[in-house]
Design a protein around this ligand. Structure first.
Ligand code: LLP
Length: 418
């Protein structure tokens, strides 16, 4: 195999004992490929973020809920957050126990809330009205409340979840009403949480958010835990040497803040974080095949099988993913050219990468979309009745294994009454 610009995956031996050409021959295209070693490394980095003893990493499984990865996260000693009963269901299958799960609900029905109550899973509610709903369903129960700390961060306005212009969390000024509702229903507030948004590369915003939720915490006497949320960023522009988030510095700063709070609060409290992307993004590469190349009015379009049904991030958030190119035959490319990589979906917005300088690409080349392990497969769809791809794991020994099969045509009609 010829790797034309495969420095990233070569350096971390991403494909283990195989290579992307063989993987596509064996499992088909497009194909999500995950590397177990990288996934485990990221779990461990975050588990060791601070020295504070009562610290728990709740993997935010919405980023990548593949059952095999969840089992590995469990093995690594992580807990999990859940955003829906479906996530709870899969987490239970992966071996997470009720006490390992925090259900961070948002605008849920009474049935959904009951689903978690029946399983004795702690629920975080996101509004005064949902707090009332919980109070009626489970009077005298334990509850967690998501606050909006007034601080937000994120790579796109659609994923900033804290601050005055988002739908999330209870406002700080509503604390007196919160106390009234807690009293009315005899509820025990055991935790509070926040999430400022997704993808910060500068830890200062996170520390600011942490300080803000900790000052909210001082309004309540019996908290068992405080969850500061996720959002830890990864460098998507590795080929341009984008620096990593300085996790060591962030950890040190956070440690100081946590120790100081614990002293002032005067009671053992557990601190939680809720990372999704940081844990799974870099363990995933999405492989696809080049089917056509054409020149249209001065633009070179490289037509692939990676439509936005397979990877939605570029279309939804203008997200950048670095691209590698692999070739079966040993034919070198002469020059690099700016090209626009597109998928096979019926919309002109179906663009994977615009005006990207890449080694001259040929039909049948395989492309690797880096850092696709988070918010990749989980946001894929059957739009245009296309089949969602398969997922493969490169295990710690470097061997490949199918961990989710590709959709079949039968899957497309499974729920019809035929
Ligand atoms: N906790 C809560 C309550 C969240 O809503 C989220 C993400 C997380 C934790 C995990 O955030 P992370 O550590 O992964 O940044 N689809 C978007 C990202 C949406 C994130 C939504 N909430 C993307 O592809 O960039």
């Amino acid at each position: 195999m010829l790797g034309l610009n495969n420095a990233v995956t070569e350096k971390n031996n991403f494909y283990g004992n195989t290579d992307p050409i063989k993987l596509v021959e064996k499992y088909g295209s497009p194909l999500y490929v995950y590397n177990e070693t990288i996934f485990r490394e990221r779990c461990r980095e975050l588990k060791n973020l601070v020295t504070y003893k009562n610290f728990s990493v709740n993997y935010s499984v919405k980023a990548n809920g593949n059952l095999s990865l969840l089992k590995i996260a469990k093995e690594e000693g992580l807990n999990a957050d859940a955003m829906s009963p479906g996530e709870i269901y899969v987490e239970e299958l992966a071996g997470f126990k009720p006490e390992d799960i925090l259900y961070i609900s948002n605008n849920v029905s009474a049935e959904e809330m009951q689903f978690a109550i029946d399983r004795d899973i702690t629920i975080s509610v996101d509004s005064l009205s949902q707090l009332e709903m919980y109070g009626k369903l489970n009077t005298g129960g334990k509850i967690c409340i998501r606050f909006n700390p007034g601080v937000g961060a994120g790579h796109h306005e659609k994923v900033v979840t804290g601050g005055k212009k988002t739908k999330f969390g209870v406002a700080i000024e509503d604390i007196p009403v919160v106390k009234d509702i807690l009293k009315t229903y005899n509820l025990n507030l055991i935790g509070i949480n926040q999430h400022i948004g997704s993808l910060f590369m500068d830890g200062d915003k996170y520390i600011e958010g942490a300080q803000s939720i900790l000052s909210i915490a001082k309004n309540f006497d019996d908290l068992e835990f405080i969850d500061m949320g996720g959002g830890f960023g990864i460098p998507y522009k590795k080929l341009s040497s984008e620096p990593r988030l300085d996790l060591q510095h962030l950890g040190k700063e956070l440690d100081k803040v946590l120790h100081q709070f614990a002293e002032e609060y005067g009671k053992e409290v557990t601190f939680k974080i809720e990372p999704g992307r940081y844990i799974s993004a870099e363990c995933g590469v999405l492989l696809g095949e080049v089917h056509s190349i054409k020149e249209n009015y001065g633009i070179t379009y490289v037509g692939t099988d990676i439509g936005f049904n397979v990877l939605k991030r570029p279309v939804m958030y203008d997200s950048h993913h670095d691209i590698e190119v692999y070739r079966k035959d040993n034919i070198p490319s002469k020059n690099s050219h700016p090209v626009t990589l597109v998928g096979n979906i019926c919309e002109s917005g179906d663009i994977l990468a615009q005006d990207r300088l890449l080694p001259q690409i040929m039909e049948k080349d395989i492309i690797g979309v880096l850092d696709s392990g988070a918010y990749g497969y989980c946001m894929a769809s059957n739009y245009n009745n296309r089949l969602r791809p398969a997922e493969v794991l490169i295990d710690s020994q470097g061997n490949d294994r199918l961990v989710r099969r590709r959709d079949t045509y039968e899957d497309l009609v499974r729920n019809f009454d035929i």
